[in-house]
Design a protein. Structure first.
Length: 327
């Protein structure tokens, strides 16, 4: 188990969310790349790439020129995904087996590499500092935010576009497919003025085997509780934080949920135990918290059966100058 996770912090300059409207049924058309992106140059992009570009445009437009005022070599991108090109892989595999490799579309074949989804984002916005794609099960979206916050805090970039994008996975089995994208524009906290929304996060790994004993579960809960304290330091009272759990009903998720309730109180809304075939929901919840303007901090905790745990919070409340390390 990681006993001393690193806490990262950054300022949020803008947010963008592209998800199906409420009431849209699975498989029902809801996104038009022509109206959202433009009539030319986007038709053959994978759906997840289209969603990512649309969400990024909204985030950049809401950042008051933050990206445009930054040198191109000081801009970066970090994208999290689990199933952005899963459908494309399925099509390529089926076409190759039934018709032959010569019949694979030359327009879509390059996107067999999931890294190219985020690469297109860099092309659109001239992000010449760095571009990173992460795919950790279920937590990749928050992991992208966390890594981006580390980079801006460390001086590697002045502005980073970070978030998650997903498209339905044809091999999701009992997992709930995710569709859409959510993007945050992040910059160093030191450059932010009063009232700016802040993001604070940390990542954990709890080996599932370690939770097979009572001692292992107790240690895991202590580690998660300590990380929660570090991320929420400076905010007093359960009423100050809106807590959301994104889990899958696994032993890891149960241990994490127990730790969250021990620290944040018994009124924490229960997690949906249906596993998700993606990493989008946690980032979308954080973005929704920023856009709601309700004045409360939003804490999102994500746990997956593989052992990945991500904790992130957005808030406009004052926080300590130097966030403490969990341990």
């Amino acid at each position: 188990m990681i006993a001393r996770p690193q806490v990262a912090e950054a300022a949020v300059g803008g947010v963008g969310v592209t998800v199906p409207p409420v009431g849209v049924e699975p498989g029902e058309a809801w996104f038009d790349h022509r109206s959202q992106l433009g009539p030319r140059g986007y038709k053959y992009l994978p759906e997840a790439c289209q969603y990512l570009l649309a969400a990024a445009r909204e985030a950049v437009a809401g950042s008051d020129g933050l990206l445009e005022s930054c040198p191109e070599e000081r801009r970066g991108a970090v994208v999290g995904t689990n199933s952005a090109v899963a459908e494309l892989h399925s099509v390529i595999d089926r076409t190759t087996r039934t018709e032959g490799a010569d019949f694979v579309s030359p327009m879509t074949a390059p996107f067999f590499s999931v890294n190219l989804v985020g690469a297109r984002l860099s092309t659109e916005h001239l992000l010449k500092g760095f571009n990173l794609t992460v795919t950790s099960p279920r937590v990749a979206g928050v992991e992208a935010l966390h890594l981006a916050a580390h980079e801006v805090a460390g001086g590697r970039a002045e502005v980073v576009l970070a978030g998650a994008t997903e498209a339905p996975d044809p091999y999701a089995a009992d997992a709930l497919p995710e569709t859409g994208a959510a993007v945050l524009v992040l910059r160093p906290r030191a450059s932010a003025g009063p009232g700016t929304t802040l993001l604070r996060s940390c990542l954990l790994f709890l080996p599932p085997r370690a939770l097979s004993t009572a001692a292992g579960r107790e240690r895991a809960e202590r580690i998660v509780a300590s990380a929660l304290d570090a991320v929420t330091a400076g905010l007093d009272g359960a009423d100050a934080i809106d807590v959301r759990l994104v889990a899958d009903g696994s032993p890891v998720a149960r241990a994490v949920s127990a730790a969250v309730r021990s620290r944040r109180g018994p009124d924490v809304p229960p997690a949906t135990d249906v596993p998700r075939a993606g990493s989008l929901e946690a980032v979308a919840l954080l973005a929704e918290g920023v856009r709601s303007g309700c004045g409360r901090a939003r804490l999102v905790v994500t746990a997956a059966r593989e052992g990945n745990v991500a904790i992130a919070m957005t808030t406009t409340e004052p926080l300590p100058d130097r966030p403490p390390q969990a341990g």
